[in-house]
Write a protein that binds this ligand. Structure first.
Ligand SMILES: Cc1ncc(COP(=O)(O)O)c(C=O)c1O
Length: 386
């Protein structure tokens, strides 16, 4: 059968290179080789015990069904309480939407806040799914290059310049950022939000790596403005990637639009994950122990990468990535990553995933794995590059 029309233009998004590295790593493992996984951005640890117990109890209790599209009220109330406990901010539970991971949160935010043809500013390097999702929705992505000069974050000046060149409708910022690990200083974040408001731009704050901060303070955008759209997740700090559960804090005017789209997009987030996620907030000791192991991994990488020759990177304030220049070794980080996997058995993600213009000179190492693996990876890289 021939169709009159092939795949849609909107589906022509870039592949996620990290997944291709992961496939090559699994091929190597299937052939009996050893691989240290520093490519994927997910915790090596399982969800904490209280989460697992809550999920088991929910299964024993019987039926798992749909919930309200915005999520279980008990979870929305618990998330609201979290804002009081963690940031000293009063957020009414009515402004919280539970989502199927922050990935769905971005989809909902983009659909609810922007129209086809609107222009949205993002920092480059940055998390690739923002760019690809916006592209699929017909929203124009304006990538603003950032570098060590601005600690790899957008500044009010960069935002104003981009808006003056051609008007923007919004801006999305992540702090801690993937891949640079930068945590915006609270005053810098507040200044950027104020600049966005002055220009009439919708501000979306990706706070998915909050909780994983080693240096500095990750302030929520809500401390500056209740008009910011905040996206968060149980995937990273709470070690619940596969549970596909996250949340948003919305300005009042956005709650109904998001609810209507969520009802149609996925009806409701998975109930079992919602029930379990309530217990995530009571899992602090376990989660803080996992965070300490990342802090140790970070220390190992920051010490050992420079003598090996990876000597240009932001020293990781938060999240669990080092985004390092490979310029001493190669101009093509895709080929470099391929060789590193084949010859040293260390998998990492080429920078092109995060920055189409300059990513060929960079590579991202995730240190969310075990400490012995990190030590071994540094030894393997030192031997390989000697
Ligand atoms: C910056 C950033 N935002 C969002 C996500 C999406 O995560 P999830 O959909 O699991 O919440 C990721 C995942 O790696 C990320 O790095």
């Amino acid at each position: 059968m021939t169709y009159k029309k092939g795949p849609s233009g909107r589906s022509a998004v870039e592949p996620f290179l990290v997944m291709e590295v992961m496939r090559a790593a699994i091929d190597r493992e299937a052939a009996g080789g050893r691989v240290i996984h520093m490519e994927v951005g997910q915790p090596g640890a399982a969800a904490p015990q209280p989460v697992l117990e809550a999920a088991r109890a929910a299964l024993d209790h019987g039926r798992i069904g749909y919930t309200e599209s915005l999520g279980l009220r008990s979870l929305r109330n618990r998330i609201a309480r979290h804002y009081g406990e963690t940031y000293g901010i009063d957020v009414p539970a009515e402004r919280i939407a539970v989502t199927t991971g922050s990935s769905a949160g971005f989809n909902l935010a983009f659909l609810a806040a922007f129209d086809h043809g609107d222009r949205i500013a993002l920092a480059a390097p940055g998390y690739p799914a923002y760019r690809n999702l916006l592209h699929a929705l017909g929203i124009e992505v304006v990538e603003i290059p950032v570098s060590a000069e601005t600690r790899y974050v957008l500044t009010p000046d960069l935002l104003r310049e981009a808006h003056a060149r051609m008007p923007l409708a919004g801006v999305l910022v992540a702090s801690p950022a993937n891949p640079s690990g930068t945590v915006m200083r609270p005053a810098a974040l507040a200044g950027l939000i104020e600049a966005a408001h002055e220009l009439g731009l919708r501000f979306i704050s990706d706070e998915i790596y909050h909780g994983l901060v080693y240096d500095g303070i990750a302030e929520t955008a809500l401390a500056t403005s209740p008009e910011a759209i905040v996206v968060n997740s149980f995937s990273k700090y709470y070690c619940m990637t596969g549970w596909r559960i996250g949340w948003m804090v919305l300005p009042e005017s956005m709650v109904r639009p998001v609810e209507r789209i969520a009802q149609n997009l996925y009806i409701s987030p998975p109930e079992i994950s919602q029930i379990a996620a309530i217990a995530a907030f009571d899992s602090r000791p376990e989660l803080e122990a996992i965070k300490s192991s990342y802090a140790e991994n970070r220390r190992i990488l920051l010490d050992r990468l420079p003598p090996i020759g990876f000597d240009e990177f932001h020293p990781v304030d938060g999240a669990f990535y080092v985004y390092a220049s490979v310029r001493r070794f190669a101009n093509d980080s895709v080929d470099f990553a391929r060789r590193m996997l084949a010859e040293a058995g260390v998998a990492a993600t080429p920078g092109l995933d995060f920055d189409r213009a300059n990513g060929h000179g960079w590579i991202r190492f995730s240190f969310a794995g075990t400490t012995p693996d990190m030590v071994e990876a540094m030894e393997r890289l030192a031997d390989w590059l000697r």
